[in-house]
Design a protein around this ligand. Structure first.
Ligand code: HPA
Length: 311
């Protein structure tokens, strides 16, 4: 291989070229489908699905609700715009190396993708953002990036890549604009979408109340276990990046902890004991909301691609 990280770009691209018809070989838009959102593929026509297993350098997604293939197809009116969608993404918590997690994004860039639309499921830290809301991400807060788990650590991927990638405008303002215009054109109303800051945590555990409170106090609106690695690789590859987070649950941040001391005091004093209910979040809940909102997400992504293409 010619690149310093020995990533098998040539083999991957040759495999894809052998499997795809001419009109699907140069996708303009890349789409990453988050938890429960692989039904986005329903927006594609003349689909050719290529399993990750048949692509050199690709890992396998092991998360329930995630498939493991690239879907190539056409979106929108007329001849349609060629796109490629990741049905199922890879997460560091599955044991994939960060370089493996972002490899599909780098492949997309080499296929000719210029715009990247990333979707994910996220928990809301901001109490004003309701379950079911789609958040247009305007910035991120990534503790892993700041503490030795940055996906771009290591030798530069090639000669013309920046060593110190600026992230002051990582989230494309023009694509965010198209997201809101799409919501308007679909008659969803601008309020169907919110804007906010996405906090990336490595997972696979959900946040403790103290961790949720810390992220909220630090300025994050939603939290999730994905996306930021793909954003960094996308920016490094020179792509315009849009992130849409579907809020599948509220992160539980109690103002006051259940006090066992107070309960024992009440019990010893012969007073009635009021036990606080402790809430918790589950992956089933995350998948269920994903399923309910998948259609809206699909329509939105479809419209955004149309607007990009008419550009
Ligand atoms: N925390 C982290 N990741 C998530 C959540 C959450 O509450 N919901 C969906 N992905």
């Amino acid at each position: 291989h010619t690149d310093p990280l020995s990533l098998p770009f040539e083999e991957t691209l040759a495999t894809l070229a052998s499997l795809l018809p001419e009109k699907l070989r140069r996708p303009q838009v890349g789409i990453v489908c988050g938890s429960g959102l692989s039904t986005l593929a329903a927006a594609l026509r003349e689909v050719v699905e290529v399993p990750y297993a048949s692509l050199p350098g690709f890992g396998k997604s092991t998360v329930p609700g995630h498939k493991s293939s690239l879907a190539f197809g056409l979106i929108g009116p007329g001849e349609g715009t060629p796109v490629v969608a990741m049905l199922g993404r890879l997460h560091p918590y599955e044991g994939h190396k960060l370089a493996t997690v972002v490899y599909p994004i780098r492949v997309m860039a080499r296929l000719g993708v210029k715009n990247l639309i990333i979707t994910n499921a996220a928990g809301a830290l901001n109490p004003n953002i309701a379950v079911g809301t789609i958040v247009v991400v305007q910035d991120h807060l990534a503790l892993p990036n700041m503490t030795g788990m940055n996906p771009l650590l290591g030798p530069p991927i090639g000669l013309n890549y920046p060593r110190f990638l600026p992230l002051s405008s990582a989230y494309s303002t023009s694509l965010r604009r198209l997201a809101f215009l799409s919501a308007h054109k679909l008659k969803l109303g601008l309020d169907a979408l919110a804007e906010g800051v996405y906090a990336w945590v490595s997972g696979p555990t959900y946040e403790t109340p103290a961790e949720g409170r810390m992220l909220r106090n630090a300025g994050a609106d939603v939290v999730g276990m994905s996306t930021v690695p793909e954003v960094l690789a996308g920016k490094e590859e020179g792509l315009e990046v849009l992130v849409l987070s579907l809020v599948t649950n509220m992160v539980v941040i109690p103002n006051k902890y259940r006090s066992i001391k107070e309960e024992v005091e009440a019990e010893l004093a012969g007073k009635p004991v009021v036990k606080q209910v402790e809430e918790t979040v589950s992956h089933e809940e995350v998948l269920m909301i994903g399923k309910q909102k998948a259609e809206v997400m699909k329509n939105l992504v479809e419209k955004i691609v149309e607007l990009i293409a008419s550009g």
